[in-house]
Design a protein around this ligand. Structure first.
Ligand SMILES: Nc1ncnc2c1ncn2[C@@H]1O[C@H](COP(=O)(O)OS(=O)(=O)O)[C@@H](OP(=O)(O)O)[C@H]1O
Length: 408
């Protein structure tokens, strides 16, 4: 009796010893699997892909790369894009956006349906409060449109702007360097020229339609941030571009390939300058409204990532996105790397150059089959060329857009 009791206790002990690690392993695996299964069970793949989208294309914030993603999606799914009217390349910038800046919007005629709006415009969130009158953008876009935008650390955004708009903005033209400009901004910056100098101070704040020279008063800033939060369901962060694409893909319910992109509109290292630590602090003070905007939406971005993805899934989705980008770079790009203007052999793939910036583009690999070639071309097509291409597709009866620098 005693012997049989001891025997069964021993069996119990060995069973437990074997089962416990197995159980632990199973729990661990299940946890991973549950994370992987979440998109299939919940939000991301539930429902149809979102196709009505307004992207506020802020300046010097990786917004051309986002625009390329949206253009490709529009073209692939035969969606209509709210393109600049006539020979224009933007939607009335730097003036506040008006519906009539969109090709095909007739004042009193039948309303045309647009799915995507993503060209540069100055958003006109009325500072007197939302809802008082319909936004001009709402006159063009359907009610169920998803609004999103992207912001960049104003220190680097300003540095990019300085090089790119050096010859256009009166405030930058006479300054020997950005450090010198920031040491005495009021020597160079004339507030009454604010439209011409839009890029020189609080550029992202300006793009949202707000006053870039407004005093940084707490109640004013908070009210504007709340308005942006109310209007835009998503604000992405350029410094975390891949994480941004993961979140965007989830919200739009798109496929991985839809948000894979190559970096466009970037400068060669040679034309990037680094601000001194003192200059960086001055940039934060000079663009204090942009700094507040960026800090706020950097926080809301990470809160959304935490709430919707969690660290493990974020890591795995970012890794998948990067792996696919590497695969496509090896397939499409000559040497897998960007090229400067003089190296780009196909004129149609040459990006617009501006100021002192050396804007990079791409050469494609030789010998691609037709279908792959078309896919790769779309991924590297600079903004102006892609816009002109879509315009001709959408409005074959109208004169094509002429890109002046391609005529030379
Ligand atoms: N994927 C990705 N990740 C991070 N950063 C990126 C990305 N794509 C573009 N960029 C950088 O964005 C800058 C160009 O911004 P925009 O395309 O918005 O410029 S523009 O206003 O449309 O001219 C430009 O910055 P600078 O190189 O500092 O000028 C690009 O390098």
């Amino acid at each position: 009796m005693l012997l049989s009791l001891r025997g069964s206790m021993q069996r119990c002990f060995w069973t437990l010893l074997i089962l416990t690690p197995l159980l632990l392993l199973l729990v661990g695996l299940l946890h991973v699997d549950m994370e992987m299964l979440t998109p299939l069970l919940g939000g991301q793949t539930e429902g149809l892909p979102i196709t009505n989208i307004m992207f506020l294309k802020t300046h010097k914030t990786a917004s051309s790369t986002v625009l390329n993603i949206l253009y490709r999606f529009a073209e692939m799914h035969n969606l209509s894009v709210a393109l600049p009217a006539g020979s224009r390349f933007h939607l009335g910038y730097p003036w506040l956006f008006l519906a009539r800046y969109v090709e095909g919007v007739e004042q009193d005629g039948p309303q045309r349906h647009f799915n995507i709006m993503c060209n540069h415009l100055r958003f006109n969130l009325p500072e007197v409060g939302l809802g008082a009158c319909p936004l001009q953008v709402q006159k063009v876009m359907p009610n169920d449109t998803l609004y999103f935008s992207i912001l960049r650390n104003p220190i680097f955004q300003l540095e990019s702007s300085f090089t790119y708009y050096r010859l256009n903005a009166p405030a930058f033209r006479d300054a020997p360097s950005l450090d010198a400009f920031l040491a005495a901004p009021h020597t160079y910056y004339n507030q009454s020229l604010s439209l011409k100098n839009a890029c020189a101070r609080n550029h992202m704040w300006f793009d949202l339609g707000f006053d870039p020279n407004a005093p940084v008063e707490e109640s004013y800033v908070r009210a504007r941030l709340a308005e942006v939060e109310q209007r835009f369901q998503l604000v992405l962060i350029a410094e975390h571009f891949d994480e941004s694409m993961v979140l965007l893909r989830r919200r739009l319910r798109w496929r991985l390939d839809d948000v894979v992109s190559f970096k466009v509109n970037s400068r060669s290292e040679r034309t990037v300058t680094r601000l001194t630590p003192e200059g960086q602090e001055r940039a934060k003070r000079w663009c204090a409204l942009d700094w507040r905007l960026y800090q706020h939406f950097n926080r809301t971005f990470w809160a959304a990532v935490r709430a919707e993805l969690g660290p493990r899934r974020l890591r795995s989705e970012v890794a998948r996105l990067r792996a696919r980008r590497r695969e496509l770079a090896a397939l499409c790009l000559q040497d897998g790397a960007p090229k400067n203007k003089t190296q780009i052999t196909d004129l149609r793939l040459q990006p617009f150059q501006s100021g002192q910036a050396d804007i990079l583009g791409y050469n494609l690999r030789q010998g691609l089959d037709n279908e792959t070639l078309r896919m790769c071309q779309r991924m590297v097509m600079p903004e102006l060329q892609y816009m002109a291409h879509l315009y001709t597709l959408q409005f074959p009866e109208k004169p094509a857009k002429i890109i002046p620098f391609l005529k030379a």
